[in-house]
Design a protein around this ligand. Structure first.
Ligand code: PLP
Length: 399
């Protein structure tokens, strides 16, 4: 029996970090790690960003929580700023990505119901998707490994192969309410959806009276070199779930919607105790102060291109370990030839934190504030990690 008091839900490393600064994390015994995981795209401004720390401390001294029975000024301000900078007219605040996606799913169903089509409740999603761990979002993600043992699967979710427009068209019927997609699959292995495909989804939704929902929980808030990843394709959704980067490490999320899509969500239809609390709103606004400042997002795009090029040369040097780099901005994935678990472990042994994903891909999601120097350091550690994996392979073959 495990000696831990905690659920055994995570395959945890023994590393326990006690402090962080910028792109660096430190353990209690003083070991320093270069954090190119950033809490899986959460610490968008790195660790202990001075502006976020100040704003959180100031808010903590004033007011932590009030119920959504009252007006929360920080919510109004953050909502307005998000609407100003995106397609959205309305925002509902949540505590997490899964809750943001649940709000999108509920809004899509309620929209059809309120517009005289209660039979339209179906949501079409794509193989390899990840939308969260609640009962509805594991059904939406459709991955057997997350559904096993938690049946019956929530009804109303149909999945089609990634990028297969014909299969998608065939799946649309009189029960379909919406199409849900990540513009770049994160957990699925940094798989960008072609811009043309996203444009086809918009056209199909318009033709069939469906809502288009984007899951930008991982891709959003500057991560890909645009404020939101769908901006690369030139089209906009009706609904969008966001989380992770908007809180910079403080738990929060949101469902963004057009006026038309959100009109059905009247008093009593949805709610949350903690979503949109003053602490989260103060931090969310502080994140936007930085991310929406002139030139910041362009800087992410520039850094992303530079990092991609540097990674390409490491791939050339280690063709038996690494295969190709893909992704956008600072949401990059290296498709591996060696097992991804070995590569991530070798990176960690060399002081570099990354995250494994599907399709044998190592995800690199550094803070958006990463410096040129830290990118060079990460690349040299990727090089050292590959050398270690090659050494292990050589040892195995000679044994
Ligand atoms: C694309 C996407 N959607 C939804 C989620 C769920 O977010 P959370 O873990 O905050 O519930 C995640 C989390 O990794 C995600 O990457």
């Amino acid at each position: 029996m495990s000696s831990s008091a905690l659920f055994g839900t995570y395959a945890r490393s023994e590393l326990a970090f006690v402090k962080g600064e910028g792109c660096w994390l430190e353990t209690s015994d003083g070991r320093r790690f270069l954090d190119f995981a950033a809490g899986i795209a959460v610490n968008s401004l790195g660790h202990a960003h001075p502006h976020l720390v100040t704003v959180l401390q100031e808010q903590a001294a004033k007011l932590w929580h009030v119920s959504n029975l009252y007006t929360v000024p920080g919510q109004q301000r953050l909502g307005e700023r998000l609407c100003e900078a995106t397609f959205a007219d309305r925002v509902f605040f949540t505590n997490s990505g899964a809750e943001a996606m649940e709000a999108c799913i509920k809004t899509a169903r309620r929209y059809q119901y309120a517009n005289g089509s209660p039979e339209r409740y179906g949501i079409i999603t794509f193989e390899g998707a990840f939308h969260g761990r609640t009962l509805a979002t594991i059904a939406a993600g459709g991955q057997a490994k997350y559904l096993e043992g938690f049946g019956p699967k929530a009804p109303g979710f149909t999945q089609v192969p990634f990028g297969d427009l014909d299969a998608l068209k065939a799946a649309i019927d009189e029960t379909t309410a919406a199409i849900l997609i990540e513009p770049i699959q994160g957990e699925g292995g940094i798989r960008p959806v072609p811009h043309e495909f996203l444009r086809s989804l918009r056209a199909l939704c318009d033709a069939h009276g469906l809502l288009l929902i984007f899951d930008e929980v991982q891709t959003g808030v500057g991560r890909t070199g645009k404020f939101f990843a769908h901006e690369w394709s030139g089209i906009t959704p009706d609904l969008m779930g966001i989380a992770k980067g908007i809180g910079g490490g403080f738990p929060m999320g949101a469902c963004l919607a057009t006026e038309e899509a959100s009109a059905c969500m009247v008093p009593g239809t949805h709610g949350t105790t903690f979503g949109g609390n003053p602490l989260a709103m103060a931090v969310g606004n502080a994140v936007l102060d930085v991310v929406l400042a002139d030139g910041f997002i362009d800087g992410v795009a520039r850094k992303g291109l530079a990092l991609k090029q540097k990674i390409a040369s490491v791939i050339d040097a280690h063709p038996h370990v690494y295969e190709a780099v893909r992704g956008e901005g600072l949401m990059l994935g290296i498709k591996c030839r060696a097992p991804v678990g070995d590569v991530v472990a070798a990176g960690r042994a060399n002081g570099l934190l990354s995250v494994p994903a599907g399709d044998n891909v190592v995800r690199l999601l550094p803070p958006l504030t990463v410096s040129e120097e830290d990118m060079d350091e990460a690349v040299s550690r990727l090089d050292a990690a590959a050398a270690a994996v090659e050494g292990a392979i050589a040892k195995e073959t000679s044994a």
